[in-house]
Design a protein around this ligand. Structure first.
Ligand SMILES: Nc1ncnc2c1ncn2[C@@H]1O[C@H](COP(=O)(O)OP(=O)(O)O)[C@@H](O)[C@H]1O
Ligand SMILES: [Mg+2]
Length: 226
C-alpha cells in the first residue's frame, strides 16, 4: 500500500536575486512499512524535503499526499493535528523543551492527544536507555541522550510515518547502530514507514531503498537489492 506520494514538489526560498530553488519537481512514492534513506551533499535539499513531508513547512508548488490525503489542502490547525497523529519527526537539532524533563518531553505529544500509556512510556525509556535519566532536564543530558529523548518523543504516539533528519549525526558508530536498531525494531513492530536522512553509508545500506538528492533534484534509479 502506498502511504506517501510526492508529486512535482518545489520549494523556493527568498525572492528575486537571492532566490534558492531548494527542491525542483520532486516525485516520490513510498509504501507502508518501507525504510527509505535519503542521502546527498550538504545544502542539496534533504531537510527541506523532510520538512515538507512532515507538514512543518509549506511547498511553493506540488503536493504531498499521505494516506490518500493532500496534506497542504488542510488549514494550519488541521495540519497540526494530522502531524501529531500521523508523523513522528526527529529533528536534527532535537528541539526538546528545556523546562520539561526527559519523561515529560517524551510524553508531550501523547498528553496533547489526551491519552496515557505509562506502559509504553516505560518501554520506550527502557529501550532508549533513559530510565535513570527520566527526571533530568535536557540541559543535564549528553548530546546522545538528548537525541534519544527526541526519538522517544517521535515514537510515543506510534505514528504511521517516522521522519528522521540525521538522527545519528552526533553519535559514534556503536550508538548509531543502536539507534537504527531501535528505529527499525519500532518500524517492524508497529508497521511504520521510516524515512531517514543520513550521511552514514552503513546506515543507508540497511534501508530498503536509497534515494539521492543533488541540487534539489531527486534521483532514485539506484534501488538496493534487498
Ligand atoms: N529557511 C531558509 N531560507 C533560505 N534558504 C534556505 C532555508 N532553508 C534552506 N535553505 C537553502 O536551501 C538549500 C537546501 O537546504 P537544506 O534543505 O537545509 O539542505 P540539506 O538538508 O541537504 O543540507 C540550501 O541552499 C539552503 O541554504
Ligand atoms: Mg539538513
Amino acid at each position: 500500500m502506498e502511504i506517501l506520494k510526492i508529486i512535482n514538489l518545489c520549494k523556493t526560498y527568498g525572492y528575486t536575486e537571492a532566490q534558492v530553488k531548494a527542491l525542483n519537481h520532486v516525485n516520490l512514492s513510498v509504501k507502508q512499512g518501507e525504510f527509505v534513506a535519503i542521502v546527498g551533499a550538504s545544502g542539496s535539499g534533504k531537510s527541506s524535503l523532510l520538512h515538507l513531508i512532515g507538514g512543518v513547512d509549506r511547498p511553493t508548488s506540488g503536493q504531498v499526499i499521505i494516506d490518500g490525503v493532500d496534506i497542504y489542502s488542510k488549514n494550519e490547525k488541521e495540519l497540526a493535528l494530522f502531524r501529531r497523529r500521523k508523523i513522528g519527526f526527529i529533528f536534527q537539532s532535537y528541539n526538546l523543551i528545556p523546562v520539561l524533563t526527559t519523561e515529560e518531553n517524551i510524553k508531550l505529544p501523547m498528553l496533547l492527544e489526551r491519552k496515557t500509556d505509562e506502559g509504553y512510556v516505560d518501554e520506550l525509556l527502557g529501550i532508549l536507555g533513559l530510565m535513570d535519566r527520566r527526571h533530568h532536564l535536557p540541559s543535564e543530558l549528553s548530546g546522545g541522550q538528548q537525541q534519544r529523548a527526541a526519538i522517544g518523543r517521535a515514537l510515543i504516539n506510534k505514528p504511521s510515518i517516522i521522519l528522521a533528519d540525521e538522527p545519528t549525526g552526533n553519535l559514534d558508530s556503536k550508538h548509531s547502530k543502536e539507534i537504527v536498531d531501535l528505529l527499525t525494531f519500532s518500524v517492524k513492530k508497529y508497521n511504520q514507514t521510516l524515512i531517514m536522512i543520513t550521511h552514514d553509508l552503513n546506515i543507508a545500506q540497511r534501508a530498503d531503498r536509497v534515494v539521492y538528492i543533488q541540487d534539489g533534484f531527486l534521483k532514485q534509479n539506484e534501488v538496493s537489492t534487498h
